[in-house]
Design a protein around this ligand. Structure first.
Ligand code: COA
Ligand code: AMP
Length: 631
């Protein structure tokens, strides 16, 4: 069946289509229903089904005689190691760690926060939680203590699993002081912290709360999988929304297994035994879905890469990993290729490696800008460059060129066509459907396919309010864009206050809260402006309190440090400009879009609701004077 027919089948008979896909994963008890609504009115897949995600990822393959197949390759230029784990080894280790967690009192439904770098223990900790039916919440290692504290307070974990440090290029980042500070800041206190001591840094352990991972594993008895309901939560992954408080996106077990298993063959074109690599971080959704769960569900070999595209040791790092491990399908954010392109514009280092194994190059996480697309086309000798669009909320692709179904013609700047299961529309502000070429809000008609989020952790009202209230019956993606006359989708950027910095999703509200805390700042706005390397970077516009006398450079340096400490270095907050007034509507809403477009040199319309139109000229003059804009 080609793309059009498959898409149509999923649209007209979603239950039949997904029931068929559900038969591809092992259930302890087959689901009684394919699709229905829960007490909150949210659509749920495979209710009544009993299964275990760790069983789908590991046990089923060992039971089928594939125990000797390599499940995980840990390739770490950061530490100079390459380690391989077979399915049998990964299963044995995971069962042991699950036993250790159980001995600490972790049971089905309990939360475990995982704050760790890219090491095999992180993957094992996630799978061990799944084995117990516990709910993991992985927090990206680049987040500062207050961000971790917020997540600890929201998820209320019994246990935190962490490590003594992460490694950024050649820099050791001690994690334990950040964890200690986060627990000090948080109202909720976890019972225990299990800490992996890495040779690069030894963390101080405070008994009895802190436990050394080695001892914890050595003392543990392996345990079997706990059967859970398909609709039980597997994990919570916090992502940035419009406000400073992150949203705890919940993923269930059954729909997730079915959707990701389907995506591995249908989208990524891989099967059991193939080597698949997503060069992201387990702290992001890409890492959850395509470093850990998807490839293991399918029986592939997945790569956990603790390194960077450049300087580990050079801009040939990706080509080296592809060649060494015979990667068939590779997935990374465009920003990583921009980093390579900057250091090795002619892609000369690729010639040192045999990457003939590479069949598909996938990119996502931000818009694939046409120059990067063309650079990849020029240097990857006919390997299809596949842009695909998705979000933490959906957990897998909304639009993609499907390698395992039918590769359609690509168009620069478009992630091509909607994936089966997504009934996508472009709406205007009043909810009217827009035609080809007309830009509006990209929405998906309910129900969302399996794998997508059924709620926000402990805040279902926010789920309804943020995603379903603007256009009842349609999921608001938060992205704007259009479709062309062939139905190709063009995702042009967020229509809310979310920004995308080097493939990292951040909220301007989150940064604003930190900036506003500076004693000299009366009011501020943070906007995401275009950046050739990072895609976008945040910039602050601050209004000083009356009578405050502080030098602009000194203020900027203090604000930069505050954002590093409050959000994390990943925010890439480097610029803050003092302004005399901020443009607002009469009701007090700051006109961030207008300012962003002004700085980026795009056309903008000043809304008639602005409280004083003279502010626009005034602001433009300040931006020219400070060198943000050219005159
Ligand atoms: N822990 C601690 N600090 C981290 C970190 C982590 N896990 N990740 C990044 N940082 C720090 C960096 O060291 C840097 O610190 P500095 O300002 O002191 O130098 C800062 O955060 C900014 O990092 P970043 O913007 O990521 O730049 P970089 O030069 O370190 O790396 C890339 C550039 C392209 C390698 C990186 O941005 C990247 O891999 N992006 C892709 C993200 C991704 O996979 N997203 C998922 C969607 S596919
Ligand atoms: P995250 O939830 O961190 O995966 O970020 C999701 C957001 O990243 C989306 O809402 C988009 O704004 C952006 N994004 C991800 N993939 C793409 C893509 N292929 N093209 C354009 N934007 C993308």
């Amino acid at each position: 069946m080609g793309y059009a027919e498959t898409y149509q089948r999923a649209l007209t008979d979603p239950e039949g289509f997904w029931a068929e896909q559900a038969r591809e994963v092992p259930w302890f008890e087959a689901p009684a229903t394919v699709l229905d609504q829960d007490d909150n009115g949210a659509w749920r897949w495979f209710r009544g089904g009993r299964m275990n995600t760790c069983h789908v990822a590991l046990d089923q393959h060992v039971a089928a005689g594939r125990g000797e197949t390599t499940a995980l390759i840990y390739d770490s230029p950061a530490t100079g190691q390459v380690q391989r784990y077979s399915y049998q080894e990964l299963l044995d280790w995971t069962a042991q760690v699950a036993g250790g967690l159980q001995a600490l009192g972790v049971a089905r439904g309990d939360r475990v926060v995982i704050y760790m770098p890219m090491i095999p223990e992180t993957v094992v900790a996630m799978l061990a939680c799944a084995r117990l039916g516990a709910v993991h919440s992985v927090v990206f290692g680049g987040f500062a203590a207050p961000e971790l504290a917020m997540r600890i307070d929201d998820a209320t974990p019994k246990v935190v699993v962490s490590a003594s440090c992460g490694i950024e290029f050649d820099r050791i980042i001690p994690y334990k002081p950040l964890l200690d500070e986060a627990i000090r800041l948080a109202e909720h206190k976890p019972d225990r912290c299990v800490v992996v001591q890495r040779p690069q840094e030894t963390a101080e352990l405070n008994a009895p709360r802190d436990i050394d991972w080695q001892a914890f594993v050595a003392d543990a008895e392996p345990v079997d999988c706990t059967p859970v309901d398909a609709t039980d939560p597997l994990y919570i992954l916090y992502t940035s929304g419009t406000t400073g408080k992150p949203k705890g996106v919940v993923r269930d077990n059954g729909g997730h297994a079915v959707a990701l298993n389907y995506s591995m063959s249908a989208i990524y074109g891989v099967d059991a035994g193939d080597v698949y690599w997503a060069a992201s971080d387990v702290g992001w959704v890409v890492g959850h879905s395509y470093i850990v769960y998807g490839p293991l569900f399918k029986g592939c070999t997945t790569i956990l890469y603790e390194g960077k595209p450049v300087r580990t040791p050079d801009a040939g790092a990706f080509w080296r990993v592809i060649a060494d491990h015979r990667v068939k399908s590779f997935f990374v954010a465009p920003t990583a290729f921009r980093a390579i392109k900057k250091e090795d514009p002619d892609c000369a280092l690729k010639a040192q490696y045999d990457i003939s194994c590479l069949e598909y190059q996938f990119v996502a996480g931000e818009r694939l800008d046409p120059p990067t697309y063309h650079w990849l086309q020029e240097h990857l000798n006919g390997v299809p460059i596949i842009d695909h669009w998705w979000q933490t909320e959906t957990g897998w692709s909304i639009c993609a060129n499907m390698a395992g179904v039918e590769l359609v013609e690509t168009k620069a700047g478009s992630p091509t066509l909607p994936v089966p299961g997504y009934d996508l529309r472009i709406l205007d502000e009043a909810g009217g459907e827009l035609g080809p070429g007309e830009e509006g809000a990209i929405v998906v008609k309910a129900p969302l396919p399996p794998g997508s989020f059924p709620t926000i952790w402990d805040d279902h009202a926010r789920y309804d309010e943020s995603y379903w209230s603007q256009y009842p019956g349609f999921y608001l993606t938060g992205d704007g864009g259009y479709r062309d006359e062939d139905g190709y989708v063009y995702v042009m950027g967020r229509i809310d206050d979310v920004i995308n910095v080097a493939g990292h999703r951040l909220s301007t509200g989150q940064i604003e809260e930190v900036v506003a805390d500076h004693p000299a700042v009366a009011e501020c706005a943070v906007i995401g402006i275009n950046d050739a390397d990072k895609g976008q970077v945040p910039m602050g516009l601050v209004l000083l309190k009356d009578g405050v006398n502080i030098e602009a450079d000194a203020l900027q340096a203090e604000l930069v440090q505050m954002v590093r400490d409050g959000v994390g270095a990943i925010a890439n907050f480097k610029r803050a400009i003092v302004v005399t007034r901020l443009p607002k509507t009469r009701s007090g809403k700051i006109l961030r879009q207008v300012m962003r477009k002004m700085v980026d040199g795009e056309a903008y319309t000043v809304p008639s609701t602005i409280d004083d139109v003279a502010i626009i000229d005034e602001l433009e003059a300040t931006l020219v004077e400070t060198g943000v804009m050219s005159g």
